[in-house]
Each structure stands twice: as C-alpha cells, then as structure tokens.
Design a protein around this ligand. Structure first.
Ligand code: G3I
Length: 392
C-alpha cells in the first residue's frame, strides 16, 4: 500500500544565507528555522564573539521583536493579488491553513498531492519568508479512505509513519517547524484527557510519541511542536485542559519524545476572560521543561460583539494585547506570533463562527480592504515588523 516516493519539485526553495557578516551559527537558515525572521535576523547581527554569548542570558532580557506570520491559503493566494502582496509585506513566516493536511495531500492511499503546498513554498521562497508546517496528525481533515485503511494497530502505525516520513521528508530543510500533533487533548478532560481519534483508537497515546519520532527522523533540523487551543481562558474546562496538556507534555518528556515546543493557538473569545495568571504559569511550566512557546493561530471570535466595527476592533485589540502581554512576559520570548489568516476578507470564521446579524467577522489584523486595524499595531508592538513595510 506504500506509494512510490513523490519526486520533490525542482522549485523547492533553495537555501539562501544572509550576508557573511553574520557568523555561521546565526545564518539565515538557522534563524529562519527557529522562526526568527529575516528582519529580526538582521537586527541580531552581532560580531562573532558576541554571538556565542547571545543565548539564555540575552534571550531572557532581550527586547528584540518576535517574528510575525500568518496562516496562508493557496486558494486565496491564487486568486487575490492583494492577498499575496499583504502577506509578503507584513509576514516573516507563513503556515498553510489547509494545504499540508491529510485531506489536501492524500487523495488516495497510494498517492500524495503537494500541488497547493508547493505553491505556498514557492511563494514563500520568492518573497524570502519562512514556512512552518501544519499539521501532521489531527483528528480532523482526514480523507474518507482513512477509515478503510486504518483498522488495526499495525495499519495505524504504518499509515501514520508513512505519511509523516513522506511529507516531512519532502520539505526537509525548507519547513522550519511543524505542528506534529494538533489538538490532542479532549474537549472536556477529566475522565479521559486524550481526545478520541482514529489514531488514539488504535494506538492510545503512543501515536503522539510515534509521530514526533518519525518527524525527527525525517528532518532532524525542523522544530517539532504540539499545538493546542482553549488553554488561554479562566474557567474549569480551560483549567482542566491546561492541566491535561502539562501532564501530557511531562509524560512525553519523560519518555524522551523529541518535542521542541508547544503551540498556543490563541483563538481568543471575548466571552471568556484570559486567565493571565494561569496562562503565565503554563508558559512558565513549558519553559521550565526546556520547551519553546509559539503563538500559532491568533485571532478573535467576534460573533457576539457589538456590530459597530470601531467598537469591535477596540475590544479585539485589547484581547490580543492582554494575551500577548501574558505570553511574551515569560523568561523566553515566543519563537513567533502567527495569526490565523491576515485579513478579515478571508477568515475561517465566516463559515464556522457566523454572526447572527450576518455582518462579516473582524477577527484579524487587517480589515477586508487590507488596512491595518488596532490589532495590527498591538501585534507589531510585540512581534517582528519589517521596518520598511510599517503602515504609514
Ligand atoms: O481547497 C478545497 C477546494 O478545492 C474545495 O472546492 C472546497 C470545497 O470542498 O474545499 C477546499 O478545502 C477546504 C479548506 O479549508 C481550504 O479552504 C476544506 O473543505 C475545509 O474543510 C478547510 O477548512 C479548514 C479547517 O481548519 C479544516 O481543515 C480551515 O480553512 C482552517 O482555517 C481550519 O483551521 C483550523 C486549524 O487547522 C486547527 N485549529 C483550528 C483552526 C480553525 O478551525
């Protein structure tokens, strides 16, 4: 059932290095790999001797900005010139919102289709912006044939490892980090912390360690993340999710699972207050385990906010500020801040989080006309900004 290896397209981005004044240890490739932007890389450029010392001590108090990025859709990239221009202008890195998921890359058990993903990788290379991958293992976005293909522990292991080896192997050296496992925690942890999925059904929690180990073998240079949502807010359900997540991470670390970081999705919802103390504690615990934190899918659900755009934009900007203030206050800064889309013109919320009044959602940093909103200014205060492209 294993398909023939898919030849990598010649158009895969070649590795470009920043100019010679930056020591090898800080070449663009390495910095991009850790999610550090070209812009931030340029501002990093220390002399060779200082590079060695620039690590934990400097990182802890560094006031440098953090790379900013956005989820990108191949569909919108193909049809909307302004969309690509905005991403190239404001983003240091991108993450495909759908093009690297199983349902996009696996039309059949023995075939891979990387057309959409390769389009995004090519766009990113041409615009000198980094790419992160999303997602190798999820309970959703699976092709219909998976239920016939995965019917036992053996077949689950075979399909999972084959998929990850092929996908990560194809983009080895070009995708700097991966959401290896997405949303593994149950909606209502307590009796059962692990979310039920085809993978947990046949492999239990073993699927998570297996996924990370397979991804590490396929590309030892990529940073490997576990990505989760609803861990930002005050309330029993969210506290239970945070507790279950920390428990899972500890168990993975104890097992020697090659995990590098945790993605805090950041789909904010003004119906729930951000539990700044608990979120800061979570970031601290992740940091104490030697793992990085990345804000991976930031946006704000506004379906219950007032209709008036200015009122909505003020509330969403404030929510983002509180969230980023908390996440960025930790000893080590997030490796990147990404929003889940960049413009209100295209957001997943128009399908999944509709407003009763039918007005379009306003969850993202740019409005539907690609004009920066209050939220944009807040994000740029915390995250990387390509100085030459700051909104006038
Ligand atoms: O590209 C195809 C198109 O060719 C086809 O005509 C069309 C109709 O079937 O479908 C298109 O694919 C859609 C894809 O988005 C690209 O637009 C899929 O049906 C649709 O299910 C998919 O939705 C994505 C969803 O995850 C499920 O994969 C959303 O765009 C994406 O924003 C959302 O993102 C998730 C993260 O992965 C995990 N965290 C939550 C976040 C929001 O739900």
């Amino acid at each position: 059932m294993l398909g023939k290896p898919v030849p990598a397209p010649s158009a895969l981005p070649e590795q470009t290095c920043i100019t010679s004044q930056v020591p090898e240890s800080l070449t663009r490739r390495k910095l991009l790999k850790t999610g550090v932007s070209a812009f931030a890389a340029a501002s990093l450029a220390p002399s060779a001797e200082s590079a060695a010392t620039m690590d934990a001590a400097d990182r802890a108090k560094q006031t440098r900005s953090i790379p900013y990025g956005a989820a990108i859709s191949s569909v919108n990239l193909a049809r909307d010139k302004q969309y690509g221009e905005a991403i190239a202008r404001y983003c240091d890195l991108v993450v495909p919102d759908a093009a690297l998921k199983w349902d996009a890359t696996r039309p059949s058990p023995d075939r891979f289709d990387f057309t959409d993903a390769d389009m995004i990788l090519k766009f990113a290379s041409e615009n000198k912006i980094g790419v992160r991958g999303h997602t190798l293992v999820w309970y959703a976005a699976l092709p219909k044939w998976i239920d016939q293909a995965v019917t036992s522990r053996e077949s689950a292991e075979r399909e999972l490892t084959h998929h990850i080896a092929e996908v990560v192997g194809r983009y080895r050296g070009t995708i700097g980090s991966w959401d290896v496992v997405n949303e593994p925690i149950a909606e209502e942890p307590g009796t059962q912390d692990l979310r039920e999925s085809i993978w947990s059904r046949y492999l239990g929690t073993d699927y998570i360690d297996l996924a990370f180990r397979t991804a590490r073998m396929a590309d030892p240079t990529a940073q490997l993340y576990l990505n989760e949502y609803d861990i930002e807010f005050a309330g029993d359900r969210f506290a239970a999710k945070r507790k279950a997540l920390v428990g899972l991470i500890r168990a993975l670390k104890d097992k020697g699972t090659p995990i590098d970081g945790v993605g805090i999705q950041g789909h904010l919802d003004p119906r729930f207050s951000i539990d700044t103390e608990a979120l800061a504690a979570l970031v601290g615990e992740i940091d104490a385990m030697g793992l990085r934190v990345m804000v991976t899918e930031l946006d704000v659900k506004d379906q219950f906010l007032p209709a008036d755009p200015a009122t909505r934009d003020a509330i969403t900007a404030k929510a983002v500020e509180t969230f980023l203030q908390t996440v960025c206050a930790g000893v080590h800064r997030p490796t990147a801040v990404l929003t889940w889309g960049i413009t209100d013109r295209y957001t997943w919320m128009r399908y999944y989080v509709k407003r009763a009044d039918g007005l379009p959602n306003r969850p993202l940093p740019l409005d539907a006309g690609f004009r920066p909103k209050k939220m944009f200014a807040v994000i740029q205060r915390f995250a990387g900004q390509k100085a030459s492209q700051l909104p006038q």
